[in-house]
Write a new protein. Structure first.
Length: 659
């Protein structure tokens, strides 16, 4: 009796329509499997290998998560909110409360996120990690647009300052001198220290008075010039502030326009930056390489995970059984305790089928590829129109080649040019590891870093939750090991979300933009003052002084840390470690349970059809799916191991037991 308890009734127009029998991999359209003769392909005399693989669906280019990540590139600091926070700090100090923090964008929004994205993804020396649940091209396009807008704004601001300095030279010099005197006399405290020293005794007082009188006699002849410089500085300051505020106002309005272009009312946002051919070519290369189905893996917190599939990686679990025939004398005792094991008619194998030795007589020969084909077909049915229940949302079944993190930076990042096509006319979308993918199933499972996995992915909550279960089957030493590695991609952080405003909210933002622009101008003046003081300190300590050396070393360190060659996931960088909403956690766990149960039941049915005893497999699969509990007050997790036993592992305080 088969364990496939869900049967799908799929209409002919469905993309997952299956016309052939459920046991044939050729039943899924678009994923043809060509079998070649085992005589022409060296596979250790164990059969043939496939020549094609199951491809991924096209990434969603306009879903909510893609628009949020693209829009957060244009985020600006809320200067009105910062002013309220400053007033709140004064209130906290007066009332003796803990001082509140001043709000800022942080590393997951605005210019800092743009720099990180361009340095680690677009302009990196490594291949971009696969994007699950969102499209990378649209995000990179708006990252390039935001960087170009920032550079244009900086050029205009420098031009405005230069124009004012040419128009009011004395006023500009007076502003610089007043800024320097304000820093060294008031902020550093030289004036207060001098007065305190002068009033300490008679001699210092006389020296201070004499110094002040000498300075006055030297400056008195230049009093008209100083007065003119002060009046000119006022005009220069007012004009500079108004012009800078105007530039920042236009900049913020442009950012609002970019956000409006990402609204749900826009069906086809622009996927390439205009007037940026070099960036557009790089984005096209990333878009092609993003479709290549290599996924890097690394070990973090004693758990191996696939980069890009989610920070919430569950422990790898799966049954491991010895392949024994279903009708064996030593299985009689086990069959008494396993009432669900179906009775099978005795089957006498012929000479061609009896290839695995005397202990496996009665088992029809099969390969790991055939088993994964069956699993792929049956899991793909969950996305169709089911009779009993609703279908899994946005379920995609594909294959991926897992590559070590150390090898990732050595993989080709740019796609090759098409043969016979002129430069910049087209890119060859042939996956460089495609041959390795097709040959992986025909090789021995041990001794290879790169391995092929079958991935079942569910995208739910409009892209906020992406559940991926990677499965791998290994046949070696008359043993079958079927391992699953679940991953959950959590929603974006609150600071990494930027939705376009509409209606009265949009009108309010447009009207309050000049006020925020004045705050931007004040922040620019503060940064300019800090930069001027640091430059003077570096000059005072010598061009080769320790301060200048530290600054140069810091700049070089930042340049080296931009791209380390390690794979990174853009969405993982901006996402939570795991879902926080109660219903999202339940949905993610349920999707993993459904996918794992479907995979295990399919493997069990496949083994049963091939004459393999499945009692041990059923028990171990039940341990994986159901035997998860917390033992005692020490927050220790007991879970079924691959051998059917139990193992304990201490979890951190913030980690939920999963398995």
């Amino acid at each position: 009796m088969s364990l496939l308890f869900w049967r799908a009734s799929v209409p002919g127009g469905s993309p997952h329509a299956i016309n052939a029998g459920p046991g044939h991999a050729e039943a899924v359209p678009g994923i043809p499997l060509q079998r070649v003769s085992s005589k022409s392909t060296a596979t250790d005399d164990r059969g043939s290998v496939r020549t094609t693989y199951a491809k991924r669906d096209e990434p969603p280019s306009t879903n909510k998560v893609t628009r949020l990540l693209a829009g957060v590139m244009h985020e600006r600091v809320n200067r009105i909110g910062q002013a309220r926070d400053l007033m709140g700090q004064w209130q906290d100090r007066v009332r003796g409360r803990k001082k509140r923090d001043i709000r800022h964008l942080g590393p997951f929004a605005g210019e800092e996120l743009v720099r990180w994205t361009l340095d680690n993804v677009l302009n990196a020396r490594k291949r971009p990690a696969p994007s699950f649940g969102f499209s990378l091209a649209l995000v990179l396009t708006h990252g390039v647009a935001a960087q170009r807008q920032r550079r244009l704004r900086g050029a205009v601001l420098a031009g405005v300052v230069g124009l004012v300095a040419v128009r009011h030279p004395w006023g500009a010099v007076a502003l610089v001198v007043m800024a320097v005197l304000h820093h060294y006399l008031l902020r550093v405290g030289l004036l207060r220290a001098t007065l305190r020293w002068g009033f300490s005794s008679v001699v210092p007082l006389l020296l201070v008075v004499a110094g002040g009188y000498l300075a006055w006699t030297r400056l008195q002849p230049h009093t008209p010039t100083l007065a003119f410089a002060l009046r000119d500085s006022v005009a220069a300051a007012v004009r500079t502030a108004l012009l800078l505020a105007s530039v920042y106002t236009v900049d913020r309005w442009t950012a609002l326009a970019y956000l409006a272009s990402l609204g749900p009312w826009r069906n086809n946002p622009t996927a390439r930056p205009r007037l940026a051919p070099r960036a557009a070519a790089r984005i096209a290369e990333c878009e092609v390489s993003e479709g290549w189905q290599s996924v890097p893996y690394r070990k973090e917190d004693r758990i191996n995970r696939f980069v890009g599939a989610g920070l919430d990686a569950w422990r790898a679990t799966g049954p491991r059984i010895q392949l024994t025939a279903a009708r064996r004398a030593d299985d009689a005792e086990d069959n008494k305790h396993d009432r669900e094991e179906p009775t099978r008619r005795s089957r006498i194998p012929n000479e061609e089928e009896n290839l695995w030795g005397e202990e496996t007589q009665g088992i029809r020969k099969f390969e790991a590829d055939e088993l994964l084909d069956k699993v792929r077909d049956e899991v793909g049915r969950l996305s169709g129109v089911l009779v009993e229940t609703h279908a899994l949302p946005n379920c995609d079944v594909f294959e991926a080649l897992a590559v070590p993190e150390s090898r990732w930076k050595k993989l080709p990042r740019k796609p090759a040019r098409k043969a016979g096509v002129l430069h910049r006319k087209g890119l060859d979308e042939t996956w460089p590891e495609a041959r390795e993918m097709t040959e992986e199933g025909g090789r021995a499972p041990s001794g290879h870093h790169s391995r092929r996995y079958l991935a079942a992915q569910v995208v739910d909550w409009d892209g906020d939750i992406v559940v991926t279960v990677f499965a791998h089957a290994a046949l070696e030493g008359k043993t079958l090991h079927f391992v699953t590695r679940p991953h959950v991609l959590a929603p974006l952080k609150d600071e990494a979300r930027s939705e376009p405003a509409k209606g009265w909210e949009l009108a309010k933002k447009i009207l309050l933009t000049p006020v925020d622009a004045l705050g931007d101008t004040a922040a620019l003046a503060l940064r300019s003052h800090t930069g001027l003081v640091q430059a003077l300190d570096a000059i005072a300590s010598g061009l080769l002084g320790r301060s200048a050396q530290q600054q140069v070393a810091t700049v070089l360190d930042k340049a080296e840390q931009r791209d380390t060659g390690k794979p990174v996931g853009l969405r993982e960088h901006c996402a939570l470690d795991e879902p926080e909403d109660m219903h999202q956690i339940e949905d993610a766990a349920r999707h993993i349970s459904i996918l794992q149960s479907r995979m295990f039941s399919t493997v069990s049915a496949f083994l049963d059809d091939h004459g393999v005893y499945t009692g041990d497999f059923r028990r171990q699969a039940a341990d994986v799916v159901t035997k998860i509990f917390i033992n005692g007050d020490h927050n220790q997790v007991n879970t079924g191991t691959m051998q059917g036993g139990q193992a304990q592992g201490a979890e951190t305080d913030n980690t939920q037991p999963k398995g």
